[in-house]
Design a protein around this ligand. Sequence first.
Ligand code: ARG
Length: 468
Amino acid sequence: MLWGGRFDKEINSVFLKFSSSIKFDIILLKYDLAVSKAHANMLGACGIISKNETSEIIKGLELIEERFYEGLWNPIDKNYEDIHSAVESYLTELIGEAAKKLHTARSRNDQVATGFRMWIKDAALRLSNLLLELQKTFLDLAGQHTRTIIPGYTHLQRAQPVSFAFHLLAYVEMFERDKTRLQNVFSQADVCPLGSGALAGTTLKIDRNMTARELGFSSVSANAMDSISDRDFVIDFLNSCTIGMMHLSRLSEELILWSSSEWNFIKIDDTLTTGSSLMPQKKNPDAAELIRGKFGRIQGSYVAVSSMMKGLPLSYNRDMQEDKEPAFDSFKTYSESLALMKDIFENIIINNERFIFEIEGDYMLATDIADWLVDHNIPFREAHNIVGKISRYAVENNTKLNDLTINELKDFCEVFDDSVLEILDINSSLDRKISFGAPNPRIVNEHIKSLKKSIEIESVNFNTKKNI
Ligand code: ARG
């Protein structure tokens, strides 16, 4: 125990087990060691501890790292309160007296905030790279499907024809926003709280810029109390995971629909589906279902941490230890889902011809007919009404729009002539869409080109301006 002096009784063992975070904050070991090394270097450079003590501490910390990765030290088996106390206690076992100086001018409060910010920065970067990889997969696939016509839906009712490429690009846009959110998480976390002490700084002459620089931060936090109290960066991170995972859950839902016999539009590779223990013919899209389902735990994590923080008085409260498991779990779940989604789309089989005949002459072209009327000087509201009546007539007569004769159409509006029949050709429907952002294959191809150019990079690198 780090704080034994004030107490004359041992901690209750049930309470220790209940309160110990070592089983999950072991993930922070790498960051905690880096924080301690930077702190020891700074204490040495500022003359607060001797050069000898500094190098003993650094060597000791390196030994801890080695022993941990070689499996020679397992702090989880011991009765430690958290990773920070585990490292300090073991360091004392390894190097003796010098270890007792490491905690000079710092508290576990600024220590944990620093290490956790470093973890969040890495996590945001890794998730962004997975999003980048997924975008690349989507753009390659989109390039092959600018003329693969599928119904576009609103209210899950057929609305207007689009292409599969166009549909994929909608997700590429979402992934781009997900990356922007993560970039913001990174910058929010990129402020170093080390040196804020327990909540009110220190009387010792430390150099906060030095530790921040060594740990790769862009700036130091300006108010010690806020530095210790703040977990906004965790909530921002969880919010980004929640929105990103919500996008994946929508995509999963579409994969599930598209792979059903009713849709029969895609086939998910056998390696990413499962069979039924009872029904021999079944092939189930479990990977997509699990991604859809796992959204719940990520949103749950966001709710857990934001409600844990609500109403907490400044500055540190032990409640705040509850910030870690939700963040670790969300990262794991979201990153695995992103990787799996990439595998699904790299091995997907698209039934290109699925809709081409079925939607020829479909009511989905009704808006295009209304636009044709607008082009022939009929006000849109009137055109809408005319085509609405035509659609009803076609439905009642159980016929498709392209089965109607020009005379039947003229009964609804005198202006119609033969050229309107061209509108009913599904193949040219995409080419007729000319507005920026429309599913016209020419526009979509240009969009693919410009997106490919903007993500040509090997990997995301959140270059931030250093202020220290
Ligand atoms: N394990 C703690 C946490 O994650 C570290 C900070 C403990 N600070 C304290 N004053 N008890 O929040």
